[in-house]
Design a protein around this ligand. Structure first.
Ligand code: SAM
Length: 276
């Protein structure tokens, strides 16, 4: 078996169904000099499935700072693979600083893409896919969670969030409160026996899961905000009157047109009328 070129290999692994391990990922894991793992028991199971034994070294949130320099040094002469317990390393999992430092040191960095729960959930949800924002896990404390939701409330994109079963109902209620009652999907146990995607508005989903917290792993997908209703004539007049206290007619019309999405020429004419 040929030795792998020295460097760092980012290897995506299955999120449930072992059949999703790509042949290329299997090849790299079988030939790596060392595999940096979150939990050696989990990765040992994957290696058993492949019928190979490779040295493993722990790399997780609690030891990463300490062990990173040593791992980066090894990449000069060894092939170091990075895996997480499931899915794509670096995505709500450790790894980006390892990639950053490996690249800064001039080492080869190769990615072996594959399963990722966020993207898999997006493909199940039946919601717009042209623009999406991955929000990871929201904070668990109510106030911090509401603040995080407020930050993304005006983003015109589908939102993807990781969540746990016991916190799901509270998370959905907080989303309904902070975003309005948008369409959403709760996807669960993707690629596993009990895979499901349940669609509904945020509030109906919150009610459903408040009755019984779901088991297993969960990704929530939330539709983008709907089109804002067009500003009424009264709203446009009020905004224009206020802007005219600060700005000349043309600038006031243009500022309000941009803010309310209203025709600039019509606003200009209206502003002239108001002035006279
Ligand atoms: N790096 C992983 C990835 O690429 O998806 C994510 C790791 S993150 C620590 C774990 C979270 O991902 C879980 O709490 C859950 O929200 C989501 N997740 C992982 N596997 C899943 C699955 N099979 N079905 C649904 N969600 C999953």
């Amino acid at each position: 078996m040929n030795a792998l070129r020295a460097g760092l290999y980012i290897v995506a692994t299955p999120i449930g169904n072992l059949g999703d391990l790509s042949p290329r990922a299997a090849d790299i894991l079988s030939r790596a000099d060392v595999i940096a793992v979150e939990d050696s028991r989990v990765t040992a199971g994957l290696l058993r499935h492949l019928g190979v034994k490779r040295p493993m070294t722990p790399y997780h949130d609690h030891n990463a700072e300490g062990v990173r320099p040593g791992l980066v040094a090894r990449m000069a002469s060894e092939a170091v693979a990075l895996v997480s317990d499931a899915g794509t390393p670096l995505i709500s999992d450790p790894g980006y600083k390892l990639v950053r430092d490996a690249r800064a040191a001039g080492h080869t960095v190769v990615t072996i893409p594959g399963p990722c729960a966020a993207v898999a959930a997006l493909t199940l949800a039946g919601l717009p896919t042209d623009r999406f924002l991955f929000c990871g896990f929201l904070p668990s404390k109510a106030q911090a969670r509401a603040a995080a939701i407020a930050e993304v409330a005006t983003v015109r994109a589908t939102l993807i969030l990781y969540e746990s079963g016991p916190r799901l109902a509270a998370c959905l209620s907080a989303l309904a409160e902070g975003l309005g009652d948008r369409d959403a999907a709760v996807t669960r146990e993707i690629t596993k026996h009990y895979e499901e995607a349940v669609s509904g508005t945020l509030s109906t989903l919150a009610t459903r899961y408040a009755e019984a917290a779901p088991k297993g792993e969960i990704v929530v997908v939330v539709a983008p905000p709907g089109e804002a209703p067009p500003a009424s004539d009264d709203e446009a007049d009020a905004a224009l009157a206020e802007a005219l206290t600060r700005l000349p007619v043309a600038k006031a019309a243009s500022e309000v047109a941009k803010r309310l999405g209203v025709d600039r020429k019509a606003l200009y004419a209206r502003a002239l009328e108001m002035k006279s």
